[in-house]
Design a protein around this ligand. Structure first.
Ligand code: AMP
Length: 618
């Protein structure tokens, strides 16, 4: 179902108008925006009309947030207030990110290893969704300046391996930036669309998308049939990209000049100079074959042969990932119709040669590798805008469907614009010890709080065997058939207790109501997101309070009176903070609790291991 809505008037447009839907490549290093108008695809460039890449970097300064090249300038001078690689944080819990935390200059917060990460800047706490939204806002401003009109709808790309939480986080970021995200598209799918692969209905192809960017490497194998893109396999390395090739040149120069890594660490601007020059050298080798420079009175040079020798291990690493992906997809080179190159680093001739050699066919690089994904996103957007009528249009769900979770939050299980039929599920648990029943309330709508959405029905999962809070594994499955009939199933997986209900989701709601709900969700995105963030912090705080009580009860013999008093004082402060409406106060109280209790928890763990070892009898 496609409903044209007029955002200004808040009404449904009866006549379908041509509208611009933008395509966004939200990248780890750089982001881009493009749009298409049925025939032509235009990539938005800077004021000089040359550079389309907006560095995915944010700087929080005295005048607010800046994004892009200006923010990049601040990486050295203000590392704690300059955020990069936000994409790596999307939908991630702290436990997922142990290694990243050590390598970035800003402060990634550890409150609860299971909770989603946050970044702290000057006592304020930001979610990756909020940070990504700033990048998207910048792209939105750029395209609006170019088109001289407001833009409210977008297609955003994500890596094929992004999970549900990461996709949802990307969607939320779009919403917060004032964009209705019509579709989240896999990056390799966008790349194939850019090359015109999969645009005709009866086409059948199997393609390899080799994507080597600034900091990440992905290889995807796609099968395209009847306009449907199926990801057969993905592989890659989330920490391998152009930066590593730059590092090879830096190391080579250090060995030439006698300067040490330590020197670069101590003298940050010298380090930056080496990095900048190394990247220039790499690019020069791609075009003219060699590079000479002087840094700090030291003459340095590198040629293509030396670089090829240095880079061979990294390239072999990417080819090995290709091999693993081909094995997973159970394909041989003969099955592959095309190989497509994506990402700035595929401009290195040694990469193209190696990839073409590996697959036994010339890799396609006729489009700008930095722009391919954004171009594909714009083409997908154009299809959704109805500007390419010859294309197969698959039926989609008009509104998101989900359930109520703690605090009255809407947890989306099937998102708006999903293809029908579809199924999706998620696991939950209980929040109270010995909980026997769980109410499952199903809602439809785009708002973050269920009170603003439309209730479709509710039922109770009964007879859950008594277990401590957090132990039951309750799987909620949504199955939506082609007629819009939703079946919701709840199963406690440890005991196999199951209940289900059927809901006729698409009925009883007029197009006007539907449009109203969409408009409301966009107009209230910011306040909704704030309310949601506050509720999430309160939920997290309550979990920490429960865990603290359990910790004291289990370790009261080993803890000193002072320690217990201090923990209780921190707990009281945390408890008090949850009755206010300042998320940052709650976050700070959680952090204070965590800083104090973490070493105590480690000691307790060591004690328990020691005890277990003593009790082990041979
Ligand atoms: P992306 O994340 O796709 O924008 O890729 C950016 C990466 O591509 C950076 O590491 C750049 O140094 C690299 N890159 C851009 N142009 C060239 C070039 N001509 N030769 C080699 N690497 C390049």
């Amino acid at each position: 179902m496609k409903i044209p809505i007029n955002l200004k008037a808040g009404s449904v447009d009866k006549e379908e108008k041509k509208e611009v839907i933008i395509g966004i490549d939200l990248g780890t290093t750089n982001s881009l925006v493009a749009y298409a108008d049925g025939e032509e695809t235009i990539v938005i460039r800077d004021e000089l009309g040359s550079n389309a890449l907006v560095p995915s970097i944010l700087h929080f300064g005295s005048e607010g947030v800046i994004v892009g090249d200006d923010a990049r300038e601040k990486l050295i001078s203000a590392p704690q207030r300059t955020i990069y690689s936000v994409k790596r944080l999307m939908g991630k819990s702290y436990a997922d990110l142990e290694s990243l935390k050590a390598s970035v200059g800003y402060n990634v917060i550890d409150q609860d290893t299971e909770a989603l990460v946050k970044v702290e800047i000057d006592g304020k706490y930001y979610t990756p969704v909020e940070l990504s939204a700033e990048i998207l806002k910048e792209l939105k401003v750029r395209v609006e300046k170019h088109l001289k009109t407001t833009v409210s709808k977008a297609v955003i790309t994500v890596p094929a391996y992004f999970n549900d939480a990461q996709r949802q986080a990307t969607r939320d970021a779009g919403k917060l930036a004032g964009l209705e995200v019509l579709r989240i598209v896999n990056e390799p799918t966008a790349a194939s669309l850019a090359y015109g692969i999969g645009l005709s209905k009866d086409e059948e192809q199997t393609i390899v998308v080799y994507d080597l960017g600034g900091g990440t490497f992905d290889i995807s194998i796609l099968q395209i049939q009847n306009g449907i893109f199926e990801v057969l396999a993905t592989h890659g390395d989330t920490h391998l990209g152009g930066d590593d090739f730059d590092q090879l040149i830096i190391d080579y120069w250090l060995s030439q000049s006698g300067v040490t890594t330590q020197d670069l660490k101590t003298n940050k601007s010298l380090g930056q100079e080496y990095r900048t020059q190394a990247e220039q050298a790499k690019k020069a080798i791609s075009t003219i074959g060699s590079y000479d420079t002087t840094i700090d009175d030291k003459e340095l040079s590198i040629d293509a042969d030396t670089f090829a020798r240095l880079a061979s291990d990294l390239i072999d690493k990417t080819l090995n990932a290709c091999k693993l992906a081909m094995n997973d997809a159970k394909l041989t080179n003969d099955d592959i119709d095309q190989v497509v190159l994506v990402g700035g680093s595929t401009r290195m001739p040694i990469v193209k040669t190696a990839v073409s050699g590996y697959f036994g066919k010339s890799a396609n690089d006729s489009l700008d590798p930095d722009e391919v994904v954004a171009i594909g996103a714009a083409i997908q957007a154009d299809i959704l805008a109805g500007n390419r009528k010859d294309l197969l249009l698959i039926d989609i769900t008009p509104l998101s469907m989900g359930i109520e979770t703690v605090g009255g939050l809407m947890d989306v299980i099937i998102s708006r614009n999903s293809k029908v039929p579809t199924r999706a599920g998620r696991q939950y648990t209980t929040s109270v010890d010995g909980q026997k029943n769980l109410k499952i309330a199903v809602y439809q709508g785009e708002r973050d709080l269920i009170e603003h959405n439309r209730k479709l029905g509710e039922f109770i999962l009964t007879d859950i065997p008594p277990m401590p809070a957090g132990i039951p594994k309750i799987e909620i499955k949504f199955i939506l058939d082609a007629d819009g009939i939703l079946t919701v199933k709840a199963t406690e997986l440890r005991s196999n207790v199951e209940t289900q209900m059927e809901i006729r989701s698409a009925y009883g709601i007029s197009e006007e109501d539907m449009a109203r709900m969409l408009i409301d969700s966009l107009q209230n995105a910011e306040s909704d997101m704030k309310a949601k963030a506050l509720l999430e912090s309160i939920n997290e705080a309550n979990n920490i309070i429960m865990a603290t009580d359990r910790f004291i009860a289990q370790n009261k013999d080993a803890l000193t009176v002072e320690q217990i008093t201090k923990i209780n004082a921190l707990k009281e402060k945390l408890q008090k903070s949850t009755s206010g409406d300042n998320k940052d106060v709650i976050e700070a109280a959680m952090q204070a609790m965590n800083i104090y209790t973490e070493p105590l928890a480690h000691e307790a763990l060591d004690r328990n291991i020691g005890k277990a070892l003593k009790e082990t009898k041979l």
